[in-house]
Ligand binder design. Structure first.
Ligand code: TPP
Ligand code: SF4
Length: 537
């Protein structure tokens, strides 16, 4: 009998990727996607954290150009960072398989915005699949690999928080598609996107998409749950089980193929029911396409664009009610841990009344009481650019109060180009960048990154040094402050750098409290000459 395992959607994707011989998985941490890379590595797969999502996708493209099966993983906003390679690899196509997993966060449990990745599939003209639970996450991932190999296109694999993190029983497929040999075949016209090659490549992509649509219309990625005819519901992702439970008499058309949308299957389904509604989280992506295709569908009140759905909410939606959601129970506001090294920085910011152009990480909590000492948060890496913009337009006395503050993982992700901008276009007052180097990616669960010098399994690999990057870029003053021994000097040091007209980077170094034990154990093992986790106590 096939083995039954209790897995989350993320783990089920990792299992499927491992079973079908994905040769390389590259990702950048981000809730709710992070566990895919960790679980894939735990199964013995070759996986690495990339400095950011763009690089993760590029690495996976390189592997797929060689005929390998490759996967890149990220949260929804990561796809913005990776959008540049995505749009062009859609046109070059791949030789092996390329599956890009993007995990959306409707309701923003842990994100800076609520964007809907389905728009990317339409804009980049790539197929997108979406599972409704963990078993489907496993099965559909294998389907995504087959699809990518058959049409030589990248496939977007979308999941949302509930599917990523909800556990379910998963039975691994008896047979995964056997992995093809990894061989690099030169194909300059297909891979070098100078305009003369890109023009036919765009036409090839559109032709592939038309074939995939015909395949999708006839295939198994649309499933009918036939019940009554009074109401028909078209749904995707976690909305499928919600709709099935919320309206026991409604027939439900489950879409696993999100793009290209199998519109004729939906039209046929619509003809069999008295009224049609769409249940989807996020933007009305399906609803808009049905309306554009002339399919009569009940329009969803605007309030359902926001937040996650659950069964009672779907019941209200299907009843056409637009009453506000019941208030959510108030939880304890998040706070920096007691003893968190970031606290010292925010005490100093508060004391000096600086304007802190901030960024995303545990240190974003510096915007909340008791500190209220971070002024902006836009997207990863924006701290430096935003701070420089403020410095350039404010009068001198005000400009001197501006500090850019970001974490070490965020700096490597997308802060480095900000440093280049600071050196290239220095404001007349200079500028001060503070890097909170706690030696981890704390916010998403303590992942390693290039400046920690450790890999997914915390093993020693290559390392980049933040101070070398800043000095190499030409920053006038770069200083590492050991916050264990010299934290008390920070306010005076900060005041000194704010007062001078130079470009400065202060790297405040002290490990995140929650990684100290792990770090000690790793270092002890390494000193004993054993790099293996779990080997020496
Ligand atoms: C484009 C993008 N990718 C990933 C994330 C998820 N994320 C939020 S903050 C963060 C990094 C936090 O690490 P660091 O900057 O070192 O700060 P720390 O939490 O350790 O204080 C990540 C990966 C995101 N918000 N946006
Ligand atoms: S997890 Fe680490 S970085 Fe985050 S608040 Fe706690 S001590 Fe600070």
């Amino acid at each position: 009998m096939a083995e039954r395992q209790l897995l989350s959607g993320d783990e089920a994707v990792a299992l499927a990727a491992h079973r079908c011989g994905v040769s390389l998985a590259s990702g950048y941490p981000g809730t709710p996607s992070t566990e895919i890379i960790e679980a894939f590595a735990g199964l013995g797969g070759r996986a690495g954290w990339a400095p950011n999502e763009k690089v993760a996708v590029e690495v996976a493209i390189g592997a797929a150009f060689c005929g390998a099966r490759a996967m890149a993983t990220m949260k929804h906003v990561g796809l913005n960072v990776a959008a540049d390679p995505l749009f062009t690899v859609a046109e070059t196509g791949v030789d092996g398989a390329l599956v890009i997993v993007t995990c959306d966060d409707p309701g923003m449990a842990s994100s800076q915005n609520e964007q809907d990745s389905r728009r990317y599939a339409i804009a980049a003209a790539v197929p997108m699949l979406e599972p409704t639970d963990a078993q489907e996450a496993h099965d559909l991932f294998l389907e995504a690999v087959r699809l990518s190999e058959r049409w030589k296109v990248p496939v977007l694999f979308r999941m949302t928080t509930r599917v990523c993190h909800t556990q379910g029983v998963v039975v691994a497929a008896a047979e995964a598609p056997p992995a093809p040999p990894i061989v690099y075949c030169r194909d300059i016209p297909a891979r070098v996107m100078i305009p003369a090659n890109a023009r036919p490549a765009h036409r090839r992509l559109r032709a592939k998409l038309a074939e995939i649509l015909a395949w999708g219309e006839a295939g198994t990625l649309v499933r009918e749950h036939r019940r009554g005819r009074r109401m028909g519901v078209v749904a995707n992702g976690v909305c499928v089980p919600h709709a099935l439970e919320a309206e026991p008499d409604a027939s439900v058309l489950q879409l696993n193929l999100i793009h290209p949308l199998p519109i004729e299957r939906i039209r046929s389904f619509a003809a069999t029911v008295d009224a049609l509604a769409v249940v989807e989280e996020g933007d009305p992506v399906i609803e808009e396409q049905l309306l554009a295709a002339g399919i009569r569908v009940r329009r969803r009140p605007e309030m359902y664009r926001f937040g996650e759905h659950d069964v009672p909410r779907v019941r209200r939606l299907l009843a056409g009610e637009a009453i506000p959601d019941p208030p959510r129970p108030r939880g304890k506001p998040p706070q920096l841990c007691n003893g968190c090294p970031h606290r010292t920085a925010y005490d100093a910011f508060k004391g000096l009344q600086v304007y802190a152009a901030g960024d995303i990480g545990c240190y974003s909590l510096g915007a909340l009481p008791p500190f209220e000492a971070m002024d902006t948060l836009v997207c990863m890496g924006a701290a430096i650019g935003v701070g420089l913009g403020m410095r350039r337009v404010l009068p001198d006395s005000e400009a001197r109060k501006v500090v850019s503050v970001l974490g070490d993982s965020t700096f490597v992700h997308s802060g480095i180009t900000g440093i280049v901008e600071m050196v290239y276009n220095p404001p007349p007052t200079g500028h001060v960048v503070v890097i909170l180097d706690n030696g981890t990616t704390a916010m998403t669960g303590m992942q390693e990154h290039p400046a920690t010098g450790r890999g997914v399994a915390h093993d020693l690999i290559g390392r980049v040094r933040l101070e070398d990057i800043c000095r190499g870029c030409g920053v006038q003053h770069v200083e590492v402050i050991d916050m264990h021994s010299a934290g008390a000097s920070l306010p005076a040091k900060l005041a000194e750098r704010l007062a001078c007209d130079q470009t400065s980077v202060l790297i405040l170094r002290r490990p995140c409290l929650l990684t100290v034990k792990r770090l000690r154990e790793l270092e002890a093992r390494e000193a004993a000459g054993c790099g293996q986790e779990g080997c020496c106590g």
